[in-house]
Ligand binder design. Sequence first.
Ligand code: FE2
Ligand code: FE2
Length: 474
Amino acid sequence: MSTYASYRHLPSLAGVCSLDEAMKPGLAVEECVRRLKRYHYACRRLHQIFTARITAEPVYELKMGFSLHAHLCAEHTTALRKRVGEMREPPLGLEAVPDPNLEIFFDEILGAPGTEELLLGLYELALPALKAALEHHLQETNRLADHPTVRLCRFALLEVDDMLQFGAQSIAALVDAPCRERLADWRSLLEDCLAAAGGLDGTQPPSGKTVPRRYSAKPYAYDGVPKRDHRFPDPYNMGVNAEVFLYDPQFPPEPKTLMMFYKRLREVDVPEMMASIITETAGKPWDYYRDMTRQLWDEARHAMMGETGFANLGIDWPAKVMINSTWSLALNTQLKPIERHAVLYFIEQGLMPRNGKRFEWEVGLASHNPLAALFQDYDWADEVLHARIGRDWYLKDFSNPQAAVRYGDECWSRVLMNWENWRQQGLTQHRNWWPDLYRAACDRWGTKPDPKVLAYATTYQTVRADLKELTGSA
Ligand SMILES: [Fe+2]
Ligand SMILES: [Fe+2]
């Protein structure tokens, strides 16, 4: 074969690999599928952990990062399932645990008691093990025969590297040497799990060591109470009603962009709430989890668009804008998962008519703030997908669409927001922070505050009943 050459030295084998590489034995389909199931299990468990830890993670940047990483892991889980399904007839055995030691490994990370443990487990143990397995697969498989898997591994590695970079920076910022020292023991427990499993891909001889559970000795209990960091100093504040201002034609578009950035940033509560639905709903087809997690990530993006909008205006939002967490708190603690999904659907189906997302985009255009227009443009586009996800995974359980909307309305009406109660308990004074924010923005714009806009003081206390379809923003 040594004299064999391609025509005029054109790339042979479609450029996939060299002829020499194409002649190596590689992995048999049986072995390829066996390994793929282990990568699939890892991605699926990582998706579960990232999702479950969003709500109670106080640090905003980590909440956002976990939202993205949950989405990425869900997408790679989907690709791996599809590839296994291309090579094997059902049953595919994708729900089975491939190795009990891997189960302990991921259970331990899921149950990690603090943020530091969680970060180390995810970004210094689990994702590096996945990266090593994918790279090992690329080295060992026949790149011609197994090209669809090669492509899948290469794409996965791109995003695994992104996640690792985010993790390394986060750990450098949050985990110091004494903390690392304190966690050394648990870290070796995780390493023992991998060694007992013969590595994540199961290609090494298993150590034979029995690994005792520590943080997973008791079954994991999801914490659905949202937590926020110090940049959310007044989390019960419902003193500024964004929707009443936004829909009032007497107010000009420029200050309305501030209300839209506020509404967007407040959406940090949607991933907190959707994480609870995804975590507490068992037994759905995989595509349910994948679609819901895509939406969860979109809602995190919407929050970060609001953050970017304020940063672009030079506004110190933690000081000027009181972002509350009352919606995710109330839904997560008062409603069942299906009821929360019903509320989400009810709110989202109200966002599509003319007075919803299109209106917000038009306000953005009229305001001459190009960032507000761009963000609302994509926010609207995302909502088209979310409406479809709602139809696919919520609406189907009802005999007709009206009944589905009615149920959402009922569930939303049952939620107690305790406006006055929170004030009496001293949890918030519902301070009207609007004039302060508006003045700061006027300073940046170099304009004089409009007295009518400055005087805006409508809260969520009484107006909610009339505008209840407008009180949520997903
Ligand atoms: Fe949204
Ligand atoms: Fe949405």
